[in-house]
Design a binder for this molecule. Structure first.
Ligand code: SF4
Ligand code: SF4
Length: 279
């Protein structure tokens, strides 16, 4: 079973929920695929045992062979090649490594190099969970290669909890590959609901099962419940707002060790998660 924990925007409690769900199941694999800003380890405090670099290929043009015919730049739908009369320029950051430019080059002037775009760490959390955490190199255009590589490492696990990137970006979509259930963490506020609606639309186009956890209940309004009812999306957990929880989050403490009532909520969520994914 593979569960992705999502949110419409950052700061709704996605990482809190995903780390604690994993911690309730020490056999579960926890994957932090929020590759722009992975912070699950603030809670899980892993001991890292492996570091795996992520690279992508990019074209290199041999100017001795290149006749500046422009066939490669015409072919490239990402505009990653600029052919000038005196030189051919490769924009590595926007190349999607499709390999097509080398195939259309009549002079065999294109070969491929590799460049680093991120890193994956693998280790064991204080909770006993195996942890895989991906991080993209700052300034990189896309975190998708890091996510795809990380997911290839998850195949041997029966139970996986994924901390997905927030929003509806291509990294969010990439993190959902192979997932059985998307768990949306939201807050009971109009802004959070507006962002959540976009996530729901994305998941509907992917035909994915989904459920909602409302975090910080007691703040805001109850519009989210009406929306979920109308859209037939189950709300499977509610976490009340409290100053103590906010402080624990800021300190990176595992809430399940602190407050029995919160642990009970998350245990209930996990039971529902398993039931929802079986549907
Ligand atoms: S297709 Fe080959 S020869 Fe033509 S511009 Fe590109 S690299 Fe140069
Ligand atoms: S590998 Fe593909 S995406 Fe990259 S420059 Fe060549 S044609 Fe464009």
């Amino acid at each position: 079973m593979r569960v992705a924990v999502l949110s419409g925007k950052g700061g709704t409690g996605k990482t809190t929920v995903s780390t604690h769900l994993a911690a309730l199941n020490p056999d579960a694999l926890y994957m932090d695929l929020d590759v722009e800003e992975p912070n699950g380890d603030l809670f899980l405090k892993s001991e890292w045992i492996d570091e795996i670099p992520v690279t992508v290929s990019y074209p290199e043009v041999d100017e001795e062979l290149c006749t500046h015919c422009r066939k490669c730049s015409v072919f490239c739908q990402f505009n990653a090649l600029i052919v000038a009369p005196a030189m051919t320029i490769v924009l590595k950051e926007i190349c999607h490594a499709c390999g097509g430019c080398a195939m259309v080059c009549p002079e065999d002037a294109i070969s491929y190099g590799e460049r680093p775009v991120g890193e994956i760490q693998k280790g064991t959390a204080v909770t006993g969970n195996t942890v895989i955490s991906g991080a993209m190199t700052p300034g990189e255009y896309s975190g998708v290669p890091v996510i795809k590589k990380a997911l290839t490492l998850a195949v041997e696990y029966d139970m996986t909890v994924i901390d997905s990137p927030p929003g509806t970006s291509c990294t969010t979509v990439a993190s959902l590959e192979g997932c059985d259930l998307a768990l949306i963490v939201t807050e009971p506020t109009p802004f959070a609901l507006s962002d959540m609606k976009m996530v729901v639309e994305m998941l509907r186009t992917m035909d994915m099962s989904m459920a909602v956890i409302v975090n910080k209940t007691g703040l805001g309004d109850d519009e989210v419940y009406g929306y979920c009812r109308d859209e037939n999306i189950p709300v499977i957990g509610e976490i009340p707002f409290s100053r103590e929880l906010a402080e624990a989050y800021a300190e990176g403490e595992m809430l399940s060790q602190m407050k029995p009532d919160i642990k009970k909520v998350l245990e209930g969520v996990w039971e529902r998660v398993q039931a929802e994914s079986i549907k």
